[in-house]
Design a protein around this ligand. Structure first.
Ligand code: GCU
Length: 707
């Protein structure tokens, strides 16, 4: 027996005696929360647990920082790396460099017949890219953890050119190896990143290995606890992007915010002239360099000279047709600089708020929308392709919608560009969802970085009209500070779009409870009924975030969650009521409720809804039936008529989506069933309810066709 073990023996004896000493007699266990309350676990024990001499992963540091994002990659010279990738599931996370695995899986070593190396991609396990692993293999459906991906490809690096490895997105934490070298590390499941690989590729066979860990962490954005499936993997396109030595890396080309313009300045002048404001950023330039912007259809050809950092800012007037849902006008835009030429399709429009109104190109609008998750309508799993986007757009058009809330995280670029072409206005959101570590500066830094990546990708999309800072976050000082910092960050990057957030809709619960309670008491006791005529409640949105954002989003589930919660509360108060009594009264009475805000700002009901299993039919009060779901919508739409500041709707949700939260294996079976469509895209009764409603709103009646 080794010395160290010998030395450890008395220590173990000590520990045992400490434990045995501290265990109180059984009857006093009340209040003992966990074993740790009984034993003081010495640090050493924790180190002993973590200290795995054979598989001790050595954390490696990427050779370089991530390169600034390349915009509009699909308009550049690219080589797709989509398709089958070899894969290794690394449940214990032992694949990094370690005594046993040498440089680790990322090194992608090949070995001879006399060498022992305990990892290999030769096992023919493959995963499709783009795609989540959960919907590709039954055995990986519930898998959350690490998977190593490998792609081998032949390549001839083009002379005099630079090459970047670009990922549209991969969930959640990634280490990217190119020919055995760790070049890039990125966190965030829903935004793109790229790394320059010019010096790391070779003529002939090359290999990219990506370690993907789908687990985020309590200090991350989002955390693991979300009401959606934590789909893991390389979920979006991967490509090599070739550029000239000096090239146009990114640019912003939008109309100047109207509040920036002096009354007599030219925007909106009678000639229909607009003020374009923007910048262009080169990469690889030597000192100042000229860049030409060409918008042939609008007769615009401008040449700018960048500063030494390769950036040129500009502002000029132009005669342009404006983008709108009725006329989603996109202009072909060409950037020319040195050997580089880059084209894009960009729409120009104004979007702003004025008091309780949302103005598009100076006109009041109403957002006829729906919320959706990034799940394909064409198969199970994450949406990732242009076909997925077109299928979603088709459903939005069938719904007579002009707006979509892409919840709760940035969706892929195909979806946003399809919305641009189709004239569907977009609410884009960062997954600051529920219980985030608001007072943790690293969490804020992660949210800011992810927002920078989203804006760098989508800032030129006319369809994107709202940046949402988050969803249903509990009120606290730390939360308020977090959102104020986020708002400042986003406004610094883009001042042409209003900010919003989906606020937690539990306001007015007490008033509603009292109102329903009194009505029930009145039903039970005529005298009470006679003496009390309760006034229908007014729910006032006064969350302090209302001061931070420009448009208030509000999630409320009257007719669904509230009745159940109210019934429990009333029973605790000794009222002998049944849930169907409360639910029936709630549904009847909610059309008298009024939602108002404490802010002179537009209101969008960013969520309301009810669950239904497609094909399940029943009485108007039968939970999970299509009839019940449709009834909730009917009553909601009547109720929302009362809200003076209402300027938009995005009911929850376009399609039933995977949600591990949902444990009712009878009706939900790990699906959130609030979709207007089933998980396979079948329309439920409520789809027609809403599409008819939106059709009616389109009929030219009022100035702003409100409900
Ligand atoms: C919340 C939340 C959604 C969730 C929905 C629901 O409001 O924002 O992510 O799926 O309610 O409960 O169905």
């Amino acid at each position: 027996m080794s010395i160290s073990r010998l030395l450890l023996l008395p220590l173990f004896a000590l520990l045992l005696s400490a434990c045995s000493q501290e265990v109180p007699p059984p009857q006093s266990l009340a209040g003992v929360a966990a074993a740790s309350d009984l034993c003081v676990i010495p640090e050493l024990a924790l180190d002993e647990h973590n200290d795995n001499p054979l598989f001790q992963p050595q954390t490696q540091t990427p050779l370089k920082a991530l390169d600034p994002l390349l915009a509009n990659v699909r308009a550049r010279q690219t080589l797709s790396l989509n398709g089958d990738w070899n894969s290794i599931v690394d449940q214990l996370g032992v694949g990094d460099a370690s005594p046993l695995l040498r440089g680790g899986v990322g090194e992608n070593e090949s070995y001879g017949p006399h060498e022992l190396l305990e990892y290999s991609f030769k096992g023919q396990h493959t995963l499709q890219v783009p795609g989540d692993w959960n919907s590709q293999q039954e055995s990986l459906f519930w898998y959350r953890g690490i998977v190593w991906y490998q792609k081998e490809f032949n390549y001839q690096p083009p002379a005099g050119k630079r090459v970047f490895l670009y990922f549209g997105g991969a969930n959640f934490a990634k280490d990217v190896y190119v020919n055995g070298q760790l070049l890039a590390r990125h966190k965030g499941g829903f935004t793109p990143f790229n790394t320059e690989v010019t010096d790391y590729l070779k003529a002939g066979k090359n290999a990219v290995v990506v370690k993907v860990d789908s687990m985020s962490g309590a200090d991350e954005v989002p955390t693991e606890y979300n009401d959606w499936m934590n789909y893991g993997g390389i979920t979006r396109d991967v490509m090599l992007v070739e550029t000239p030595a000096a090239f146009v890396r990114n640019y912003k080309l939008q109309l100047a915010a109207r509040n920036e313009l002096t009354p007599n300045s030219s925007s909106q002048s009678s000639k229909g002239e607009q003020r374009i404001k923007g910048w262009v950023q080169l990469d690889g330039h030597k000192g100042e360099q000229s860049v030409t912007l060409n918008i042939a259809e609008a007769g615009i050809r401008k040449t700018f000279t960048t500063d030494a950092s390769g950036r040129a800012e500009f502002e000029f007037d132009a005669k342009l047709g404006l983008w709108s849902p009725d006329d989603p006008k996109l202009y072909r835009v060409d950037w020319l600089s040195g050997d580089d030429q880059l084209s894009d399709d960009i729409g120009f429009r104004h979007i702003e708020t004025q008091g309780e109104d949302i103005l598009l190109n100076g006109e009041k609008i109403f957002l006829r929308g729906v919320a959706m998750h990034e799940e394909s309508l064409l198969r199970h799993g994450r949406a990732a392709t242009a076909a997925d986007a077109d299928a979603a757009i088709k459903k939005l058009k069938d719904l007579n919608a002009n707006f979509v809330r892409l919840a709760h995280y940035p969706h892929n670029e195909h979806m946003v560009r399809a919305a641009d072409r189709a004239g569907i206005m977009v609410w884009a959101e960062m997954p600051v969802y529920h219980n985030i570590q608001f007072s943790n500066p690293c969490t804020l830094a992660s949210a800011k970085r992810q927002y920078s990546e989203l804006i760098a990708r989508d800032q030129n999309r006319a369809a994107v009209i709202l940046w949402s800072l988050g969803n249903e976050t509990p009120e606290s000082e730390a939360r308020n500070r977090f959102f104020i910092a986020m708002a400042e960050h986003v406004r610094t990057l883009d001042d042409t779009r209003p900010l919003t957030a989906a606020l937690l809709g539990f306001g007015g619960m007490e008033d509603i409870g009292r109102y329903i309670g009194l009505l029930l008491a009145g039903e039970e006791n005529a005298l009470v009924g006679m003496l009390t005529s309760p006034e229908a409640p007014t729910i006032t949105i006064n969350d302090p975030l209302g001061d931070v954002v420009d448009v208030l989003g509000y999630n409320e589930y009257f007719g669904w969650y509230l009745s159940g919660i109210l019934t429990q509360e009333m029973r605790k108060q000794g009222l002998d009521v049944s849930e169907d009594q409360v639910r029936e009264l709630m549904l009847q009475e909610m059309e008298k409720f009024t939602i108002v805000t404490a802010f002179n700002k537009p209101l969008v009901i960013s969520e309301f809804g009810a669950g239904a299993k497609q094909g399940k039919h029943g009485g108007p009060l039968e939970i999970w039936s299509e009839e019940y779901q449709a009834r909730v919508y009917q009553q909601q739409l009547k109720m929302l008529r009362n809200s003076p500041a209402l300027r938009g709707l995005s009911p929850w949700v376009l399609k039933d989506f995977r949600a591990p939260y949902r444990l009712n294996t009878d009706t939900q079976d790990y699906w959130n069933r609030k979709g207007l469509l089933s998980e396979t895209g079948e329309e439920k009764m409520v789809f027609k309810e809403l599409s008819d409603y939106y059709k009616a709103l389109q009929q030219p009646r009022l100035e702003v066709a409100q409900p």
